[in-house]
Design a protein around this ligand. Structure first.
Ligand SMILES: N[C@@H](CCC(=O)N[C@@H](CS)C(=O)NCC(=O)O)C(=O)O
Length: 410
């Protein structure tokens, strides 16, 4: 791996140094959950890329303009196409780079891996945002980092905007996601329990997928790397309670497929009881949440209450993107051949015999086409829209209006 700093915020990560113009460009943030997940995947697969840490201006003028959302990571392929959203991006890149596959070849295991990926992306997001924005040392550090790394270089000083950014993150992702005095212990328990499950798995094998990394490793890397292992409060807990997880984060970051050539086929052993607590959370909390969220979306409700972990999360924002997550999972489950479906059912019915009922209702997100990769060209962004997005970003609770235009262009 060769790393050259060209100018602040821009580096090139190449293995064999092809001509610069032929490299895909990856726009990411060093403090970001999903950037950590995606970058560790690219590093493992040894896919060369130009690494661009985005400023707020690039987020608006490039990322939003090309992908319809102000979210990273995104990739511009060497032939100029735009990709976004880590789950479909990884699926897309697995086809373009089939050696050292990270998706299990067996369809039942592949479905379980996709289910875990979605759970890591969406359900561990709440504790990750909670630890980042609800504790003073974590909030101060990340406000400083956001001001310097993302918000500087614009018309207003980055450190001023960072106060606004921190308040927005707290209101949307902490208060807006049901964090209250009475729900805090449940959220903390989810983090501690995740550490304990991962530690048990990692005591028996170097990676969550087995002897080589696979999709579930990259999925857990989202919350565990850039949030839990770095933000002061959860990182201190991780170091004390789960050194195995702390070590695995670095091991995965440093893993390269070429060193695992003989072991690529190692598939996750989801039958181990070490996965039980994770599957229990998925079946009892996450999938029922996805169903309730999708029903609220269908009824056009902006907020809904959800009981999980013995407490009531009040007035959760209905999340349009997660309707799509459920739709993708439902389609993958229904597409399984009956022998594979029986395998999945056997594993999950042992945890909760009612789990599959959460995927029965067919609730359309209406966003499938909009997230199809690569993105179709989008019309230029107007000044008013830019000013609006500059402050508000593109929250997940409403279907992305710019992506709807993508639908029209299809
Ligand atoms: N589902 C998306 C989520 C991407 C996402 O939420 N990215 C966050 C950083 S971790 C972001 O860019 N936030 C900027 C904002 O909301 O303004 C993925 O898998 O890539």
């Amino acid at each position: 791996m060769h790393l050259t700093f060209q100018k602040p915020g821009l580096a090139i990560c190449v293995q064999s140094r092809p001509a610069e113009s032929s490299l895909p460009r990856v726009y990411l943030m060093d403090i970001s959950y999903f950037s950590g997940k995606f970058e560790s995947y690219l590093r493992y697969k040894e896919i060369p890329f130009e690494r661009i840490t985005v400023t707020h201006a690039q987020l608006l003028n490039t990322v939003y303009a090309k992908t319809g959302l102000m979210k990273v990571p995104v990739m511009q392929t060497a032939d100029g196409h735009w990709l976004s959203d880590t789950s479909p991006m990884i699926a897309f890149l697995e086809q373009a780079h089939p050696s050292a596959p990270v998706l299990p070849a067996d369809p039942a295991r592949r479905f379980l891996a996709l289910l875990i990926e979605d759970y890591c992306d969406e359900w561990l997001w709440r504790p990750a945002m909670y630890y980042r924005w609800a504790f003073a040392p974590d909030r101060a550090l990340n406000r400083l980092r956001a001001g310097r790394e993302i918000l500087s270089g614009g018309p207003l000083p980055g450190r001023w905007l960072a106060y606004y950014f921190a308040a927005r993150q707290y209101l949307v992702f902490v208060r807006g996601d049901g964090v209250r005095r009475e729900t805090r212990p449940t959220i903390e328990e989810l983090y501690l329990e995740s550490l304990s499950s991962l530690s048990n798995i990692l005591r028996e094998q170097p990676f969550l997928s087995g002897s080589a990394p696979g999709l579930v490793d990259f999925a857990f890397m989202g919350p565990m790397f850039r949030h839990f292992s770095i933000d002061p409060t959860p990182a201190s807990i991780m170091r004390q309670r789960a050194p195995e997880v702390y070590e695995w984060v670095a091991r995965l970051w440093n893993a390269r497929a070429s060193s695992f050539r003989a072991r690529w086929t190692s598939a996750p052993r989801f039958d181990s009881k070490n996965w039980d607590a994770i599957f229990l959370r998925i079946c009892r909390d996450y999938l029922p949440y996805l169903l309730q969220n999708a029903r609220a979306f269908r009824l056009g409700r902006r907020r809904f209450d959800h009981a999980s972990g013995g407490v009531l999360f009040r007035r959760l924002r209905t999340n349009a993107y997660r309707v799509l997550c459920r739709e993708r999972l439902r389609e993958s489950y229904l597409a399984l051949a009956s022998a594979s479906k029986r395998q999945v059912d056997r594993r999950l019915n042992a945890i909760d015999p009612h789990w599959a009922e959460t995927l029965e209702e067919d609730i359309a997100s209406g966003q499938q086409d909009a997230y199809e990769l690569p993105h179709r060209p989008l019309p230029p962004v107007g000044y008013l829209e830019k000013a609006w997005r500059f402050l508000g970003g593109t929250p997940r609770d409403r279907p992305a209006s710019r992506l709807k235009q993508n639908n029209i262009l299809h």
